[in-house]
Design a protein around this ligand. Structure first.
Ligand SMILES: [Zn+2]
Length: 313
């Protein structure tokens, strides 16, 4: 019997077997909830390699990293804008980025009106890069083990983290304890109810199997937030950060042998394959179409990823 839905608690049913995002890993089984549409990854992450430190998530800078930097700044500013609308900046505002990666967002927040911003990050790689590149001292810890004092945070960001954890409800309980009553939580996750998820099917770019454990819908995420003491205020579907690329990549993956070939190639994680490369190059002129299609999807509340802004009750 499949597990209960990690978002709303209803019974799930066996759903798909889908290819792993990481080349060379076995296919992955999923179950899905009829009530809220959220899916759950059934197969464990293989324990013989750390999939969050190798392959697509490895340390080496991706190809074209220099070109991507200004774009990443635009994305980070958008995320900060969501925080800003919920909790105005100020010297005393305690903003915590849970799953801070390489510290880019914390550095931006500190320079943009939140000088007391801090971050928690479990990987050594993230903590080291944050120190070297931004002079930032992130706390190296999992969310459960972090030493954020209870009731101390005014705002917490959880950006593309919740889909990675095995117990999303337990994670929200920890963040609830960090926040003061009325404090804001900004959560970003892929949206399984999106148009691009439908287009991509088993090869949807944001399935990222088996690293993504829960495949939320906006509805499922709001149900989970509600069950763990948060009031969802705002659900944002138009996001430039992951959405247009996910739409284009989902289109291209219909024609390549390997799903998300360009992404793997940029991450130095795929062999050169003439056919997949040709299909990918031939699809480059579709980028404006994908951007337009994703914009319409977002306006119809079917964006590829969503951000929910919620308050601690
Ligand atoms: Zn559900």
């Amino acid at each position: 019997m499949p597990p209960p839905c990690p978002a709303c608690g209803a019974q799930t049913r066996p759903w798909w077997t889908a290819p792993a995002a990481e080349l060379g890993l076995p296919d992955v089984a999923l179950a899905r909830c009829d009530a809220c549409g959220t899916a759950v990854t059934l197969d464990p992450v293989p324990d013989d390699r750390d999939v969050h430190e190798t392959g697509d998530y490895a340390t080496a800078a991706p190809r074209g990293a220099g070109l991507a930097a200004p774009l990443l700044r635009v994305f980070d500013r958008r995320r900060l804008g969501l925080v800003r609308a919920a909790v105005p900046p100020g010297g005393a505002v305690r903003l915590v980025d849970a799953g801070a990666g390489r510290g880019r967002f914390v550095a931006l927040a500190r320079a943009s009106g939140y000088p007391a911003a801090s971050g928690v990050e479990p990987t050594a790689r993230g903590v080291d890069v944050a120190r070297a590149r931004h002079g930032l001292e992130l706390e190296r810890a999992t969310i459960a083990a972090a030493t954020v004092p209870p009731g101390s945070a005014d705002a917490v960001t959880l950006w593309h983290v919740l889909e990675h954890v095995d117990d999303p409800g337990g994670t929200l309980d920890v963040l609830h304890a960090w926040l003061r009553p009325g404090g804001a939580l900004v959560v970003g996750v892929p949206n399984l109810a999106s148009w691009q998820a439908r287009l991509g099917g088993r090869r949807w770019y944001h399935l990222d199997l088996p690293r993504h454990r829960t495949h939320f819908t906006a509805r499922g995420l709001r149900a989970l937030l509600d069950a763990h003491g948060f009031e969802a205020e705002r659900t944002v579907h138009v996001l430039a950060e992951h959405n247009p690329f996910g739409m284009w990549q989902s289109l291209v993956s219909r024609g390549t042998r390997r799903p998300s070939y360009l992404f793997h190639l940029l991450k130095r994680n795929a062999p050169l394959d003439a056919r997949d490369l040709l299909v990918t190059l031939a699809a480059l002129p579709l980028i404006p179409l994908a951007i337009a299609a994703e914009l319409v999807a977002g306006l119809c509340r079917r964006g590829g990823t969503v951000a929910v802004v919620a308050r601690r009750r």
